[in-house]
Design a protein around this ligand. Structure first.
Ligand SMILES: *[C@@H]1O[C@H](CO)[C@@H](O)[C@H](O)[C@H]1NC(C)=O
Ligand SMILES: *[C@@H]1O[C@H](CO)[C@@H](O)[C@H](O)[C@H]1NC(C)=O
Ligand SMILES: *[C@@H]1O[C@H](CO)[C@@H](O)[C@H](O)[C@H]1NC(C)=O
Ligand SMILES: *[C@@H]1O[C@H](CO)[C@@H](O)[C@H](O)[C@H]1NC(C)=O
Length: 245
C-alpha cells in the first residue's frame, strides 16, 4: 500500500504543442506532485529537451549551451508560470480527492545503468553517468557510493527529462578518477516504492589499443627471453650439481 500522500500524484501535461512545419513539434510539460520537486516545467523540441524552469529563482536553464540563445523565449513570464502551477496544484488536489481508492497510482518500471562519459583510462579523470529510465513519478533520491561508502562530495544535481510517453529520464553525474579494484554504485530510491535500485560499475580493462597490443607483445617477448635464460641457467646449475655429486 503506497503512503496516502503519494497517491495524490498527478502529472498535468499542458501540451501546448505548436506545429510549425509538419515534422516539428514544440511541447511544454508542466507537472506538480506532493513530493520533491513539487513543480516542474520543461520545454521539448521534437524529442529533445531544450529548457527547464527553476522555480526557486524563476530562471531558465538550457539543456546544452547551444540552446542558450533562445533562453528568453522559452517560458512565459514568472507570474503566468506561477498561475499555471497554482492551477496544476488545485486541479491535482481536486482529482486526488475524487479518485483516491478508485484509480491506482501510476508507476514507472525504473531501470538504472552506469557508464563513463569518455573511454576509460585508469588513473585519468573521467565522469560516471547514472542514467535512470522509465521514471514515474519524477521524485527520486540518488546516492553514489564508492566501495560501499557514501560519497557526499563531487555530486552534481540531477535533472529530469520528459519523454513522449509521459515518463521521465533522470541523470546524475560523478567526476571520478578510477583505479583498478575500485567499485562504484548508483543507488536510486523511487517515491512510493520501498525498493532501492542499485547499479554497480567497476573499471574494466580498457579496449586494447594498437599501442597496448604492441606493448603486451613486447612484454610477452621479454618474459619469454627471461624464462628461456632461467631455464638454461637451471639446466646448467642442475648439471653442475649432478657432476659435483
Ligand atoms: C535553482 O536555483 C537555485 C538558486 O539559484 C539553485 O541553488 C539551484 O541549484 C537551482 N536548481 C537547479 C536544479 O538548477
Ligand atoms: C518568482 O516569480 C513569482 C511570480 O511572479 C514571484 O512571486 C516570486 O517572488 C519570484 N521569485 C523570485 C526569487 O524572483
Ligand atoms: C566534472 O568535470 C568536468 C570536466 O571534465 C567539469 O566541467 C565539471 O565542472 C566537473 N564537475 C564537478 C561537480 O566537479
Ligand atoms: C528522499 O530523501 C528525503 C530525505 O531523506 C526523504 O524525505 C524522501 O522521502 C526521499 N524520497 C524518496 C523518493 O525516497
Amino acid at each position: 500500500m503506497p503512503p496516502p500522500g503519494l497517491r495524490s500524484l498527478l502529472l498535468a501535461m499542458l501540451a501546448a504543442v505548436v506545429r510549425c512545419d509538419d515534422p516539428y513539434s514544440l511541447s511544454q510539460v508542466l507537472f506538480c506532485q506532493p513530493s520533491e520537486p513539487q513543480s516542474g516545467l520543461l520545454k521539448i523540441f521534437n524529442e529533445d529537451q531544450m529548457f527547464s524552469y527553476n522555480f526557486t529563482d524563476n530562471s531558465t536553464s538550457p539543456w546544452i549551451n547551444d540552446f542558450d540563445k533562445w533562453r528568453g523565449l522559452a517560458f512565459p513570464d514568472p507570474s503566468t508560470v506561477q498561475s499555471h502551477v497554482s492551477l496544476c496544484h488545485r486541479f491535482r488536489q481536486a482529482l486526488t480527492n475524487a479518485l483516491v481508492n478508485i484509480m491506482p497510482e501510476a508507476r514507472g518500471n525504473t531501470h538504472v545503468t552506469v557508464f563513463t562519459a569518455r573511454p576509460l583510462r585508469l588513473g585519468v579523470p573521467n565522469t560516471l553517468i547514472c542514467a535512470i529510465s522509465d521514471v514515474y513519478p519524477p521524485a527520486l533520491n540518488i546516492t553514489w557510493k564508492k566501495g560501499g561508502q557514501i560519497l557526499t562530495t563531487a555530486l552534481d544535481s540531477y535533472k529530469y527529462v520528459a519523454m513522449e510517453d509521459l515518463t521521465f529520464q533522470a541523470f546524475s553525474y560523478l567526476n571520478v578518477t578510477a583505479y583498478h579494484n575500485d567499485f562504484f554504485s548508483c543507488e536510486v530510491q523511487v517515491a512510493g516504492d520501498d525498493r532501492t535500485i542499485v547499479a554497480y560499475w567497476i573499471p574494466q580493462y580498457p579496449v586494447p589499443s594498437e599501442l597496448l597490443l604492441y606493448g603486451l607483445c613486447g612484454s610477452g617477448f621479454t618474459l619469454g627471453i627471461i624464462f628461456l635464460l632461467l631455464g638454461v641457467w637451471f639446466c646448467y646449475f642442475a648439471r653442475k650439481l649432478h657432476n659435483t655429486d
